[in-house]
Ligand binder design. Sequence first.
Ligand code: AMP
Length: 361
Amino acid sequence: MRIGVIGAGQLGRMLAQAGHPYALQFRFLDSSPEAPGAKVAPIVVGAFDDAASLRKLSAESDLLTYEFENVPVGALTDVAAGRPCLPPVDALRVSQDRILEKELFGRLGIPTPPFRAVDTSDQLHAAVTAIGLPCVLKTRRLGYDGRGQAVLRRPADVEPAWARLGGVPLVLEGFVPFDREVSIVGVRSTRGETRAYPLVENEHRDGILRVTRAPWRNARLQRAAERHLRRVLDHFGYAGVLTIEFFVHGGRLVANEMAPRVHNSGHWTIEGAATSQFENHLRAILGWPLGDTRPLCPAAMVNFIGTMPDRGRVLALPGVRFHDYGKVPRPGRKLGHATILARTVAERDRVLRRLLRLVPR
Ligand code: AMP
């Protein structure tokens, strides 16, 4: 079985690594021949919307999937006509537009912050009046890792935010003074079998995920998250892994966004769960039985952003696994991560504090 992966970043690389024990063959499409996936499988070098490159990938694959959220949907719809492409392109289309995504959440009974579409300066002022301060202005499309956002706290913040972000479709949403951020990674197979990992707690800085603690135990919110997840999965007739990020506020879940792919907040599952999110994504799109999503022990994941820490010092910590994506360092770039496995939550948190001291902040 040959699997074509659109995008050869670290997510694609970890997908291929999860598929190797099953003798699955991988081929990537990416604009950079140096992308992390290129070190583990052959790569077609080309733009994500280049019809010839997509056709080449498609011709060399039995099944297509994607690991990158901003793949142009038009180009993908064309290749999907010739080869199965999972998760469904419609889930990608909705996830690329923060308004379509929030409208879908609303239709499925999943709470979101209040929001308004904003295309002009007048609409922005009207939306700020309707939603109230503080609020968050975001680009509707092509935003990730906190790029293309501004928090508006005072009336004087409105014009500078418009000057910085205006000119493309925007969304203004209420600022959620959350107690914590959590996410749920779920998976549905082509046969309709569905499983969910436990909720995990995520810490972001500058909009980029820094630390995930798994699992985050809250039986009531776990049930709510699984209910929300299942509605989204069933809505799309989904196959593959899908992640929903939530704010926890006032004892409730408020959805922030979804990602129709394997997710950074699921990296801990490689060593910390009975089956990793990457393996389950492959099982799901191949129509194989899904693997157990049970956590094996308390775990934490720390991203290495911009610079790598000293490997020897990280490996000297007990129960730590090290992942280097082999990328050229650049500020704000995800270069690798480490996963801590511990017998108890207290032990995990002790090792986590030591690990964080080794990671440039
Ligand atoms: P996003 O790109 O939407 O995932 O936003 C990146 C991060 O910005 C989130 O993980 C939050 O930490 C913060 N953030 C985004 N939207 C809001 C909001 N409406 N209220 C409070 N914080 C937010």
